[in-house]
Design a protein around this ligand. Structure first.
Ligand SMILES: *Cc1c(COP(=O)(O)O)cnc(C)c1O
Length: 495
């Protein structure tokens, strides 16, 4: 099975090339044309341990890699890195099940994909005969940068530079990044906001390729964000893991549908659920949960995507997003029509809006349900879940919890519900503490201690000693200096 651009049937690549390139040259995303050629015995997969599941699913989705090769990459990516080798445990809470995706090295769900991507990328580099070193550039609003550095830390043949907005991330996130170890990692604050950092990175990619600024230097730029198919594919695995857990717990029989509620930003996580469904897993409804930036709720209700609206900063910042890149892959897979997708994306660029045809809207309706929850509702959900069940969830998970209750009330014949939990509550301690009825005058570390004192829930190890760890990265630059910063770093042998 080959990959192709979502915007053209003529632009094709194998899985290894798609991973190495990240984005298709016409600006489309790499996608398989359909799922017809994929060979996966989903029932057999359910009987495996998580590493076995990952090997089967990833080698089916990324056929450039054989099963033994993939087994080796999975081992390198995950062994000993997560709290348990199950990677993503499920916890029954009330009538529902919470799927904890945050038990990895940086306590964010992005660890699941960003532990695997560096392995896939270095293996793809060998397969494609690329001898250049890969330099990953990433702009981050907090979570992605840390998880990417941890994933790429000391991976041979790669280096990574992360830019974040100066003063624009939480104290915990800042400390997580500034104390990052590794010979091949570099973190730099940019004076400006997240959009400035992100635009700066996009401009660097454009300048470097137009002017050939790095040609002959033995360096090739790449990106670690979720448009890369190598970041999406590893997320399919935990849908199978959760389903198998429910079977093993006797809550369902093999073949029964399960509904999944997903706190959604860039649409990567929930799209992985759609992949799982197409691979045969009995996924019932995929419920898309948004915060006050409810552009996806409106889209799934009306068929019209319209980014001409205010942008809100919320207590679930990883979902503060108006253009969900991975939605493009869904539109392509549902329509099978690259010309249509190209046209819709052109309208999004020109007018900031598009509307899907009625037949496509009907297909969306059959699979998805959507709801949203504002900051007050988010905090209310954290407090209620904690008081009722003694379970403490983070702000993003709380959005999903709240939307799950809306969904169950609206659709009484729903299947058993799994709610995806995307971050540790200790990553967003201030909002969590307020939600359980207290405020704390001190810094974010004092707030963490207070949440721990009240709830007794252990602070993840990687967050616990953050304050004492030595600061290794102190660079702060202006936006205008980003390109030169990268060029200088790219040509230095040792950082
Ligand atoms: C990135 C992120 C999300 C959104 O996931 P998408 O794949 O972008 O939809 C939700 N919660 C947290 C904590 C995240 O870091």
């Amino acid at each position: 099975m080959d990959y192709q651009s979502t915007r053209s049937d003529r632009i094709r690549a194998n899985a290894a090339e798609a991973i190495l390139d990240g984005l298709a040259p016409d600006g489309g995303l790499y996608s398989m044309p359909d799922f017809a050629g994929i060979d996966l015995d989903w029932k057999a997969v359910l009987a495996m341990d998580t590493f076995g599941m990952a090997t089967e699913i990833l080698s089916a989705l990324l056929p450039s890699f054989s099963k033994p090769e993939m087994a080796d990459l999975v081992q390198k990516a995950y062994a000993g890195k997560f709290e348990t080798d199950a990677l993503t445990p499920t916890v029954p809470v009330g009538d529902d099940t919470i799927l904890e995706l945050f038990r990895g090295p940086t306590s964010a769900f992005k660890d699941v994909a960003l532990s695997m991507l560096p392995q896939l990328m270095t293996a793809a580099r060998q397969k494609c005969g690329v001898s250049d070193e890969i330099l990953i550039l990433t702009a981050t609003s907090g979570d992605t940068g840390k998880a990417a550095m941890e994933g790429f830390c000391d991976v041979p043949g790669t280096r990574i530079i992360v830019f974040y907005p100066y003063g624009g991330v939480s104290a915990v996130q800042q400390a997580q990044m500034a104390t990052q170890a590794g010979r091949n990692v570099c973190v730099c604050a940019v004076r400006g906001n997240f959009d400035d950092a992100q635009t700066g990175v996009k401009n660097i990619f454009a300048s470097v390729s137009e002017k050939g600024l790095l040609s002959g230097r033995g360096v090739r730029l790449s990106s670690a964000n979720s448009i890369n198919i190598g970041r999406l594919a590893p997320q399919v695995v935990y849908y199978f893991r959760a389903y198998a857990d429910l079977v093993q717990a006797g809550r369902i029989a093999i073949g029964d549908p399960v509904d999944f509620v997903v706190p959604t930003g860039n649409f990567g996580d929930i799209l992985a659920g759609y992949f799982a469904k197409r691979l045969g897993l009995p996924v019932g409804r995929l419920v898309c949960a948004s915060n006050a930036n409810n552009i996806l709720t409106d889209f799934l209700h009306t068929g019209r995507y319209d980014r001409n609206r205010p942008f809100y900063k919320t207590v679930s910042p990883s979902m503060d997003i108006l253009v969900s890149s991975n939605l493009e892959r869904l539109l392509f897979l549902l329509s099978g029509d690259a010309a249509l997708v190209k046209d819709l994306m052109e309208r999004l660029r020109a007018d900031g809006a598009y509307e899907v045809p009625a037949d496509l809207k009907a297909k969306l309706d059959a699979i998805f349900w959507a709801g949203c929850c504002d900051d007050a509702g988010t905090k209310a959900a954290i407090g209620q879940v904690f008081r009722t069940y003694g379970y403490l969830c983070d702000t993003h998970t709380a959005v999903a919890w709240s939307v799950a209750q809306q969904y169950k009330a609206a659709e009484p014949s729903h299947a058993p519900v799994v709610i995806l939990s995307t971050a540790s509550p200790y990553k967003f301690p201030a909002a969590v503490l307020e939600a359980i009825g207290e405020t704390e005058a001190g810094d974010e570390f004092a707030v963490m201690d207070r949440v721990h004192a009240i709830t007794g829930i252990p602070v993840p190890k990687n967050l616990a000693n953050l304050k004492e760890r030595p600061v290794r990265h102190r660079d702060v630059i202006d936006r205008s200096e980003m390109l030169n910063y990268v060029l200088e770093k790219a040509t230095k042998k040792e950082w």
